[in-house]
Design a binder for this molecule. Structure first.
Ligand SMILES: [Zn+2]
Length: 452
């Protein structure tokens, strides 16, 4: 058993003082506020719950900084970026994926994420195209090595577009038949453990047929496991969906499927006012990835309208141009400020915007990852983040504005320690596997370069 004594801890009831936590078998077994320290307690500063990174493509970590040069044609956009991404995807084998994912998961933990929903469609290992489980095994190994809690989202991908039933050459390593995909999902689910659970997903409305989506959604809804898909990230997808189905993507999905609290709609950037209200009413979580959405020029999610209608949100680092949950939250709010020429927009529940954003992302991320409950309490998973209480970022901040300081100060994060499933994965502001992960990542990147 581990016992931790914190000066402050953010509990479901709010900030508490002198909090003693007992941790055993990966769970918080006992928690007491206004307690006294006991011999053997590990004394720490401030404890907050870890956030879920609700949308990740781990392999894209290797692309960060490599797509920022204007092409000679001068028509750079999401679709031209996608060509670069496909080119990388075709060269990532299972060993490379293990090294890249381990590195990015260690980076996630070091910045305060304690879990990740990995949206995985790189099903075929280029070294062995018939093996459809080795790439999942790579993700699973990387998660275990880093200690991050994993929600594996196997993602179905079968066609190039609404009117193109075959995948493009670059997409063939993503594509499985529906029976093969469902069998893969069954085998993955059989590996579930205390730190790994398995949901379901489809890449997007354009990448799967209506019939395949019906079958996958039926299985996800019957089991009430997380059901993820990209939707309405780009205006071109909206136009194509209108041409093929006569409806905008979110409207079509909501009219044709039983979308409820286990669904996670990634991006949902381009919605009209009716779609915003209907999606919020459905209970589905919007997974928002503002650093990636900005990097790709996607557009701005109608956040304030969505929240006003009772919508739920989570955050994701998606393509991993940034690994910092507080930066994602900051840009959610900054997008609204820039669009409306006002300040402190996301404050429907709390006048403190940083607190509101953090707690909304905590709740939504918990739902999107299929975890049982959010927050630090007796019986919950022992997943939390220790902040250094004498870091300058937090100096002068009391209980009311401590989370505001984290979200709205763009300084190095005061993350001192991180525990997941009862084990410390970050100690003294350093991931315990940092050196091994970096070395393997550098070697994998060198190999990728050599293979180019
Ligand atoms: Zn994505």
């Amino acid at each position: 058993m581990t016992t931790v004594f914190a000066k402050k801890a953010l509990l479901p009831s709010g900030w508490a003082t002198d909090v003693r936590l007992e941790v055993s078998d990966g769970l918080v077994s006992h928690i007491e506020a206004d307690a006294s320290a006991a011999p053997g307690d590990e004394a720490v500063g401030y404890i907050i719950p870890g956030l879920c990174n609700a949308h990740s493509h781990a392999f894209q970590r290797a692309l960060a900084g490599h797509t920022e040069q204007r092409s000679p044609a001068g028509h750079d956009n999401f679709w031209s970026w996608r060509e670069r991404m496909y080119e990388l995807a075709g060269r990532v084998d299972a060993d490379t994926l293990t090294a890249i994912a381990r590195q990015v998961y260690c980076e996630m933990l070091s910045s305060g994420y304690t879990s990740v929903a990995e949206f995985h469609y790189l099903h075929r290992d280029p070294k062995n195209l018939d093996a459809v489980d080795t790439m999942f095994a790579a993700i699973s190994t990387a998660a275990a090595d880093s200690g991050i809690r994993l929600t594996y989202i196997p993602v179905h991908y079968e066609r190039a577009g609404f009117d193109d039933p075959e995948p493009l050459p670059h997409q063939r390593s993503f594509a499985l038949s529906l029976p093969d995909f469902m069998a893969h999902r069954e085998r993955a689910a059989a590996t579930s453990s205390a730190a790994v659970n398995v949901g379901l997903g489809v890449h997007s409305l354009r990448a799967v047929s209506r019939e395949s989506l019906q079958e996958i959604a039926r299985v996800a809804n019957d089991a009430f496991v997380p059901m993820h898909l990209h939707i309405a990230e780009q205006q071109r997808e909206v136009d194509q969906c209108m041409a093929a189905y006569g409806r905008r993507p979110v409207r079509w999905l909501l009219e044709n499927f039983d979308v409820s609290g286990n669904w996670c709609l990634v991006h949902a950037t381009h919605m009209d006012a009716d779609e915003v209200a209907a999606m919020a009413r459905s209970g589905a979580v919007a997974a928002l990835c503002p650093s990636t959405e900005a990097n790709l020029g996607d557009g701005l999610f109608p956040l304030n309208d969505f929240l006003t209608h009772g919508g739920r949100i989570a955050i994701g680092s998606d393509s991993h141009v940034s690994i910092n949950p507080f930066e994602e939250l900051r840009w959610l709010e900054y997008g609204q400020r820039l669009a409306t020429n006002t300040r402190n927009v996301v404050s429907l529940r709390d006048s403190h915007v940083g607190s509101e954003l953090f707690l909304r992302a905590l709740e939504g991320g918990t739902a999107a990852s299929g975890q049982e409950s959010a927050g630090i309490k007796a019986g919950s998973a022992a997943d939390f983040v220790v902040l250094c209480d004498d870091d300058p970022m937090l100096a002068g901040h009391g209980d009311e504005s401590r989370l505001d300081a984290l979200v709205f100060s763009g300084y190095p994060l005061p993350v001192e320690r991180v525990m997941v499933n009862g084990e410390w994965q970050v100690v003294d502001a350093t991931h315990v596997q940092r050196d091994m992960a970096r070395e393997a990542y550098s070697a994998a990147i060198a190999d990728l370069g050599a293979a180019k």
